[in-house]
Unconditional design. Sequence first.
Length: 274
Amino acid sequence: RMAPIRVGILGNGHLGKFLHSELSSLTDEFVVVRVWNRTVNEGEDVLPLEKLDEKHLSDIDLVVEVAHPLLVKKFAPLILQHADLFIGSPTCLADQELLDTVKNLAVEKRRKVLVPAGAFWGGNDIQKMADKGTLKSLQVTMSKHPDSFKLESPLKEINEKAKLEKEKETVLYEGPVRSLCSLAPNNVNTMAGASIAAHNLGFDRVTAKLVADPKLRDWHIVGVVATGPDGFEVETIRKNPAKPGAVTGQLTYFSFLASIREGSFKPVGGLHIC
């Protein structure tokens, strides 16, 4: 029997705590060795970010990041010297230099870099089409209640106006995924995952549409339209239950857990959607 995978979790918010609890219960597969977080409360067995260093990575097989895209940018090169990396905030990979660094280190150090499909339905199928070069276009539309968005300017101001609407939806953004990632780093990880899967199109040619809909009190809706040769088209619509104001839908938590487990079967030395 294989020894359990030794995990370090970067991020101790709702998702980090959920994964800590769930992975700890899978004792044959995983053991959570340590947790790092930006803020550390007394009595919590959590390390500050200053202790995300060589010493504290030496006994870790996999770091699970569920904190913030900026922390991936800061720590990914160090982490990949020592361990595999699960990137829960893949909007950071819209930075082409970081994406290239991560891919090169994965190959050079024989590491797995895992990107969760999250709320992106059909990620493996999209990746297969991209591998063959048959994926012609991909559009991802994400609709949420205005209170569920955490945005940067100028989208923040557009969304504030959308909050005043009772019925009418507001299109906050329509265009390439790359430009959107820095404006909505916490909200569009699904779209970033789509751009990684659709690697023949990438962040510049996968198109994103972000919609604030005041009627969506209990759901996040993700629509995907993929086209291929000779008129081939697939359209999926995923309704993800979400509490009002939640940035992440509830089913995405379990999707992340499934992605981490699936990642243990991926080959070393590459970037994988899972």
